[in-house]
Design a protein around this ligand. Structure first.
Ligand SMILES: NC(=O)C1=CN([C@@H]2O[C@H](COP(=O)(O)OP(=O)(O)OC[C@H]3O[C@@H](n4cnc5c(N)ncnc54)[C@H](O)[C@@H]3O)[C@@H](O)[C@H]2O)C=CC1
Ligand SMILES: CC(=O)C(=O)O
Length: 371
C-alpha cells in the first residue's frame, strides 16, 4: 500500500504520525512510504533519517495526501485539509468527531474511511491508541497545574507540596482512567493532598490498592463534585465516555464557591471538555479566567513534549497500522475485529454509535458494511 505522513499543522503541534523506525517497518513489509519534507523536525527526526529508512520525500502536503492510500497522522485534520479527503482514502489518526461537527460533516460528505485512535477498543476494554497520550497528558496536567498556580502565571500562589508548617495544595481529579491515574501518580509524588473521583468503583478500588492512604478516593456524584471543588486548589478534568462528548460535570454555578486563583486543567477538552465554562486553548495562550477560576484547556497537551509523545504514540499505532496497510481496512477488520471499533466514518456513513448519538445523526453498524 502507499502510506503517507504529513507535517502536523495545528497550533504548536510538534508530534508526527511516523518515525523513521516506523518507515522502516512499513518498507520492510513491502509498502511505499511518502513523507512530507520536514514532517518530523519538531520531534527531532530529520528528513535524512526518513530517507535512510526508505521513505520517498515529497515537498508539499498536497503531494502526500494525493499520492497515498492511507494517511497516518496525529491530530484531527483542520479545515484547510478537508479538500484532500476522498472516498478511497484511509485516514488513521485522532479524530474526536463528537467535538467537531465541521470535520464530521466533511468526512461524511467525502466518503473518507476514518479510523480514530481514540475509539479503537481492545477486548479487555483498554484504549491502546489513546492511553500513551493519556499517560503523558495526565503527567503533564500536574506539571502545568503547578506552573499555572504560580502567581505570575495568574494562579493563587500555592505550592503543590507546601512546606513544613503550611497546608499542601488540594488536587481533585475527576476521572480515574489513564489520565487520572497518571495525574494522581505525579501529584502524590509532588506531595499534594489528592482526591480522585470516578463512577467506576473497580477503578477506585484499584487506585486505593496502589496508593493506599496517600490518596482519598471518592464516588463521583454532582454533590461530591461541588463540595470537592470548593476546597480544591487544582482540578484535573479527565473523564471519558469513548466517542461521546464529555459529560459537563463542572457546572458554571460551582465556580463561585471555588477559591480565587484556583485552576481547572480540563484534559477532556478534546472531547468538548467536562466543564461548562471550558473553551479550547492552545500552548501559546493556554489559560483564561472565569469567575476568578483559571482554566487551562489545551487540546493537544502531549504536543508540548513531542519527542517523548511521538515515540510513545507510534509505538502503539504501528501494530494496527501494519495490519490495515498489509491487508486493506476490510480484511484487517475481519481478521481482527478490534479494528472495527476504530472506524468512525466509512463511505459516507457515520459508524461510531456515540458520535452519531452526540449529533442525533443516523448510525450504521460497520459490520453491516464490511462482511
Ligand atoms: N487534552 C489533551 O491533550 C489530551 C486529552 N485526552 C483526553 O482525556 C480524557 C480522558 O482520557 P483517558 O483517561 O484515557 O480515559 P479513560 O477511559 O482511561 O478514563 C476515563 C475515566 O472517566 C470515568 N468517568 C466517566 N464518567 C464519569 C463521571 N461522571 N464521573 C467521574 N468519572 C467518570 C470512567 O469511568 C473512566 O475511568 C479523554 O477525553 C481523552 O481524549 C487524552 C490525552 C491528551
Ligand atoms: C489524545 C489527544 O487529543 C492528543 O494526544 O492530542
Amino acid at each position: 500500500m502507499k502510506v503517507g505522513c504529513v507535517k502536523e499543522i495545528k497550533n504548536n503541534e510538534y508530534r508526527v504520525g511516523m518515525t523513521p523506525d516506523n518507515v522502516k517497518s512499513y518498507a520492510d513489509a513491502g509498502h511505499t512510504v511518502y513523507i512530507e519534507r520536514d514532517a518530523g523536525i519538531g520531534s527531532g527526526f530529520t528528513t535524512e533519517e526518513y530517507e535512510k529508512a526508505g521513505a520517498v520525500i515529497l515537498d508539499t502536503p498536497k503531494e502526500v495526501w494525493d499520492t497515498c492510500e492511507m494517511m497516518i497522522k496525529v491530530k484531527e485534520p483542520l479545515e484547510s485539509e478537508y479538500s484532500y479527503f476522498r472516498k478511497d482514502l484511509i485516514l488513521y489518526t485522532y479524530l474526536h468527531l463528537a467535538a467537531d461537527r465541521p470535520l464530521t460533516d466533511a468526512m461524511l460528505s467525502s466518503g473518507i474511511r476514518g479510523v480514530a485512535y481514540e475509539t479503537l477498543i481492545e477486548r479487555n476494554g483498554s484504549i491502546p491508541l489513546l492511553s500513551p497520550m493519556s499517560q503523558i497528558a495526565g503527567r503533564l496536567s500536574i506539571q502545568e497545574g503547578a506552573k499555572y498556580l504560580e502567581k505570575p502565571f495568574g494562579g493563587s500562589g500555592v505550592l503543590l507540596s507546601g512546606v513544613p508548617g503550611t497546608p499542601k495544595a488540594k488536587v481533585v481529579i475527576l476521572g480515574a482512567g489513564s489520565v487520572g491515574t497518571n495525574a494522581c501518580k505525579i501529584a502524590v509524588g509532588m506531595g499534594a493532598d489528592v482526591t480522585i473521583m470516578d463512577i467506576n468503583l473497580e477503578r477506585l478500588a484499584y487506585l486505593d490498592d496502589i496508593f493506599g492512604a496517600r490518596i482519598q478516593t471518592l464516588y463521583s456524584t454532582p454533590s461530591n463534585i461541588q463540595s470537592q471543588l470548593a476546597q480544591a486548589d487544582l482540578v484535573i478534568g479527565s473523564v471519558l465516555i469513548p466517542g461521546k462528548a464529555a459529560p459537563k460535570l463542572i457546572k458554571k454555578e460551582y465556580l463561585k464557591d471555588m477559591k480565587p486563583g484556583s485552576l481547572i486543567v480540563d484534559v477532556a477538552v478534546d472531547q468538548g471538555g467536562c466543564c461548562e465554562t471550558t473553551r479550547v486553548t492552545y500552548h501559546d495562550a493556554p489559560t483564561f479566567e472565569v469567575d476568578g477560576v483559571v482554566h487551562y484547556c489545551v487540546g493537544n497537551m502531549p504536543g508540548a513534549v513531542p519527542r517523548t509523545s511521538t515515540i510513545a504514540l507510534t509505538n502503539a499505532t504501528l501494530k494496527y497500522g501494519l495490519q490495515i496497510a498489509g491487508k486493506g481496512l476490510e480484511k484487517a477488520c475481519l481478521d481482527n475485529d478490534v479494528i472495527f471499533s476504530g472506524i468512525n466514518t466509512y463511505d459516507g456513513f457515520s459508524t461510531c454509535k456515540n458520535v452519531s448519538d452526540s449529533y442525533g445523526m443516523d448510525y450504521k453498524n460497520i459490520k453491516e458494511l464490511i462482511k
